[in-house]
Design a protein around this ligand. Structure first.
Ligand code: ADP
Ligand code: MG
Length: 256
């Protein structure tokens, strides 16, 4: 049986803001979720060293499903226990999101402005999704948990099956409307561009299966191919002229 829980009041406020956001750069949700996946892999790496475990192939995967309107981001990072799930996704106690909340309190500023200034974290998923499901299994744990939320109503937690360590986030995208084309986040080329734009320097491979056209016996065929979308080159190793303002400010936000 799933347990139904309410969000803590402050989370709820932030969530409402995200759900009803008219912010024009909703696309940043992907950078936020990828950054969380990358942080989780960092944490697992340290855990593995401490526990004398071979970390193996560490990475992030994106899957697009047009039929079901889902965008899925998986990582084989540290994962979360049931308690961590509740604490991390049900309350605001965390760095980026906390700073964002403080700023919201202080200023009577255009809220979309503030969204742009901060890493707004996990809840940014609700700018583009009407339902978010998180499947997660913590390193060293036999149990796996499913967290599901449609936003304001709260969330549900129940046990689930998950073979591998880490976290899988399934975003069910909102229906397109006059203002917003959410279906763009189901388009392979669009998602590839976004990863390049915001997450290129992430130091673990971000992989996706893409359709490529190939010549097979004189015929042009579309063949699925596993592709790594990011270069993994740190910002400071890239030619200055190539690094955009956006990338720089994202980088600073996430590291300092
Ligand atoms: P921040 O990244 O600034 O801490 P977020 O709102 O982005 O804030 O994330 C909240 C917390 O949820 C993270 O600190 C982390 O503990 C947890 N979390 C989010 N995504 C993942 C993930 N993919 N794997 C493990 N933990 C995660
Ligand atoms: Mg984050």
């Amino acid at each position: 049986m799933a347990e139904k829980k309410e969000f803590q009041a402050e989370s709820r406020r932030l969530l409402d803001l995200m759900i009803n956001s008219i912010y024009t750069h909703k696309e940043i949700f992907l950078r936020e979720l990828i950054s969380n996946a990358s942080d989780a892999i960092d944490k697992y790496y340290h855990w593995a060293l401490e526990h004398h475990e071979e970390p193996g192939d560490l990475g992030i995967r994106i899957e697009l499903d047009e039929t079901n309107r889902t965008l899925t981001i998986s990582d084989n990072g540290i994962g979360m226990t049931k308690e961590e799930l509740e604490e991390n996704l049900g309350t605001i106690a965390k760095s980026g999101t906390l700073a964002f909340k403080e700023e919201l309190k202080k200023q009577d500023k255009d809220q979309s402005d503030i969204i742009g200034q901060f890493g707004v974290g996990f809840y940014s998923a609700f700018m583009v999704a009407d339902e978010v499901t998180v499947y997660t299994r913590a390193a060293g744990s036999e149990e796996a948990w499913e967290w599901k939320s449609q936003g304001a109503d709260g969330y549900e937690i129940e046990a689930c099956d998950k073979e591998e360590r880490g976290t899988m986030l399934v975003l069910h995208l909102k229906a397109d409307d006059d203002q917003e084309d959410y279906s763009q986040y189901l388009q392979s080329y669009r998602v590839q561009d976004l990863v390049k734009k915001y997450s290129d320097y992430i130091r673990y491979p971000i992989r996706m299966t893409v359709e490529t056209t190939q010549e097979v016996d004189g015929e042009t065929k579309t063949v699925p191919e596993e592709k790594t979308l990011n270069s993994m080159v740190p910002l400071w190793k890239r030619p200055k002229a190539e690094v955009t303002e956006e990338e720089l400010s994202t980088f600073y936000k996430q590291h300092f």
